[in-house]
Write a protein of this length. Structure first.
Length: 256
């Protein structure tokens, strides 16, 4: 079973335990998703680094599976609202960003939902959009639309949006490598440039090392495949793309 299917199974199993809990809570949801991901022996959906709060971030995945995949909101509405209050707000923000209203109205509406919008919250909202795409509920174009619209409405968060855009592009390329759509260095370079142009955020192209780490650790792409796609130019010292700990770029790019 590929890593995405194992993650989804872990999310479903965690939700089942949460629903059956006598007193469901956010803390319990974090514990359940961590245990189920570990049971499936699969990494959480993340970037090159593995921050301490990654399992709390994975509540976004749980909420999306619960609301979009299983449709359990009506029957277990009180439990969902109690545990996933933050994620319900992120969902509303995404809908505002994709609504087609004026930039000024987008900003005012989001400010009413999140009066003290922080860089961390911006990254969580962008993570929500990316997770919708990763779990096959929204197309890539919707992720791009969210990123662009967010920058238009909140230019003061440009640096956070730029960093997270690197993560978004890296995930898309890593998954294409895992699916066999990218088989060579040329394929990879073309996709990097195309996706970066589509996102349209200056200096948002991720490094090869960052992409390779996500492909290996999150999508479980074999090292021999990565060595072929990320091989060094002739005459330069060859380096296998193996992790020696969290990279600075990874930590800054995946803040969500």
């Amino acid at each position: 079973m590929n890593p995405k299917r194992r993650r989804v199974k872990a999310y479903v199993d965690a939700l089942s335990r949460l629903i059956l809990s006598e007193d469901p809570s956010r803390e319990e949801a974090v514990k359940f998703v961590r245990q189920e991901l570990e049971r499936e022996r699969v990494e959480p959906f993340r970037g090159a680094s593995k921050p301490d709060d990654i399992y709390e971030k994975e509540l976004i995945s749980l909420y999306i599976v619960a609301s979009r995949g299983l449709g359990i909101g009506e029957e277990y509405g009180k439990t969902i609202s109690k545990v996933f209050e933050k994620e319900e707000i992120y969902d509303k923000v995404i809908k505002v960003l994709l609504s087609g209203v004026s930039t000024e109205e987008v900003r005012e509406t989001i400010k009413s939902l999140m009066p003290e919008l922080s860089d961390s919250e911006v990254a969580r909202i962008l993570r929500y959009a990316l997770t919708l795409h990763y779990l096959n509920f929204e197309p890539w174009e919707k992720v791009v639309a969210v990123i662009r619209r967010f920058l238009e409405a909140f230019p003061e968060h440009e640096e956070t949006i730029r960093r997270f855009s690197k993560f978004v592009i890296a995930v898309e390329i890593a998954e294409e490598i895992a699916k066999g759509k990218i088989r060579s260095k040329v394929d990879k370079e073309i996709r990097k440039q195309v996706l970066s142009l589509e996102v349209g955020i200056p200096k948002s192209t991720p490094s090869d090392e960052y992409i390779a780490k996500i492909a290996r650790e999150v999508f479980e792409v074999p090292q021999k495949v990565l060595n072929k796609i990320f091989k060094q130019q002739k005459g330069r010292k060859r380096r296998a793309y193996k992790s020696k700990g969290p990279s600075t770029e990874g930590e800054s790019s995946d803040k969500g």
